[in-house]
Ligand binder design. Structure first.
Ligand code: PLP
Length: 393
């Protein structure tokens, strides 16, 4: 079905879905590693790119293609490239766009391994990286060097909820001939469309909102530029971090409810934020839907809604954080985010326990910070659970 001119909610359900000989309503799992050529000439044409036929699942597969086309339409891009994980998408993009002697400017509060792989691994191949607080645009201008090739931002950032101005970054990228890459995981294309705001590449951990059910890991990259697309696809195929057909089937199912899941989670999040804001044991709260967020106006400008992620600080610091973790029962004590279930996490005692205090503080991760991913349960139950946990501190 041609869906380019249809609405976002219609695209969620129908974009990328193709008709097969049985009239299947959904895209089946093409669980095959390889594809039979019709004859020698057909095989030759497939390899030469003169025929659309499939060759081998690492290179392409009908179930995976359906998801790639679906997400490309949701992000208003040229085409999509599905990967085994969000980190697979990030590593593939770095590999395609950077090389020995090149430099990348990145948000400092990016997803931890997105920074780690640059510092620990790409550095071994002569790639330089600078990490700055990109929510202040001047920091980006100052960090750009003659060999800078990529500007990489994550907004809202994890777990500080800092917001970076995508359109302003696109302007800077254009002036300095950089490729602007946006990790859009926290918003999903329902709330934010970086390509429309001038970004060149957008990527996701589909493990989070896009799949939304905490049952698979995966990633995807969308670009609006056919040349960049070719480079990135080449690297994905050569690195071998393709998505597999079953993952694609799962996410094609998950993505259909993206809009209604986010609407409900966001409605819950606003109520949770209001409850926390006035609670005596809360020191501070960062939620882009409240005017107390330092970039509330920017969030309103570039996002369709504030989403369902927030972070807050507890008056009792580190020990209070641990106490809260041990006394909530509905919220799952777990990393990840963006699922139908509410998740809670205390970075200082969990994900970032091994990070030095200095580096934690530099990335805005204080001992009292709690990250909360609001799910789609009844909001009264979510609030009662938090209240119970806070009362125990
Ligand atoms: C989880 C996450 C990633 C990494 O994704 P995986 O699917 O776990 O590899 C990247 N960016 C952000 C913002 C994330 O939340």
């Amino acid at each position: 079905m041609k869906t380019e001119n249809l609405g976002f909610n219609t695209k969620l359900i129908h974009a990328g879905v193709f008709e097969d000989e049985f009239g299947s309503a959904t895209v089946p799992i093409y669980q095959t590693s390889t594809f039979k050529f019709k004859n020698a000439q057909h095989g030759a044409d497939c390899f030469a790119g003169k025929s659309d036929g499939y060759i081998y699942t690492r290179i392409g597969n009908p179930t995976i293609r359906a998801f790639e086309k679906n997400i490309a339409e949701l992000e208003n891009g040229f085409d999509g490239i599905a990967t085994s994980s969000g980190m697979g998408a990030i590593s593939t993009v770095y590999m395609a766009l950077l090389g020995a002697g090149s430099h990348i400017v990145s948000s400092d509060a990016v997803y931890g391994p997105a920074r780690g792989v640059l510092e620990q691994d790409f550095s071994r191949f002569g790639v330089e990286a600078s990490f700055v607080n990109t929510s202040n645009i001047e920091n980006i201008e100052k960090a750009i060097k003659s060999n800078t090739k990529v500007l990489y931002i994550e907004t809202p950032a994890n777990p500080t909820m800092d917001i970076t101005d995508i359109a302003a970054c696109a302007e800077i990228a254009k002036q300095h001939n950089l490729i602007l890459v946006v990790d859009n995981t926290f918003s999903s294309p329902y709330l934010q469309k970086p390509l429309d705001l001038g970004a060149d590449v957008v990527l996701h951990s589909i493990t989070k909102f896009i799949n939304g059910h905490a049952d698979i890991v995966g990633g995807v990259i969308v670009t609006k530029n056919p040349d960049i697309y070719k480079k990135i696809r080449h690297c994905m195929v050569y690195l071998g971090c393709n998505m597999d057909p079953t993952q694609s089937f799962m996410v094609l199912r998950g993505v259909k409810t993206l809009a209604i899941r986010i609407e409900r989670a966001q409605e819950n999040a606003m109520k949770v934020a209001k409850f926390l804001q006035s609670h005596p044991k809360i020191e501070w709260l960062r939620y882009p839907g409240l005017e107390t967020h330092p970039q509330y106006e920017l969030a309103k400008k570039q996002m369709k809604g504030p989403g369902s992620m927030m972070s807050f600080g507890l008056k009792g610091g580190f020990e209070a954080g641990k106490k809260l973790m041990d006394n909530v029962h509905l919220a799952l004590l777990a990393v990840s985010l963006g699922g139908v279930e509410t998740l809670i996490q205390h970075p200082a005692s969990m994900t970032h326990a091994a990070v030095s205090k200095e580096n934690k503080l530099a990335a805005g991760i204080t001992d009292d910070l709690v990250r909360f991913s609001v799910g789609i349960e009844d909001v009264e139950d979510i609030i009662a659970d938090l209240k119970h946990g806070l009362d125990k501190i």
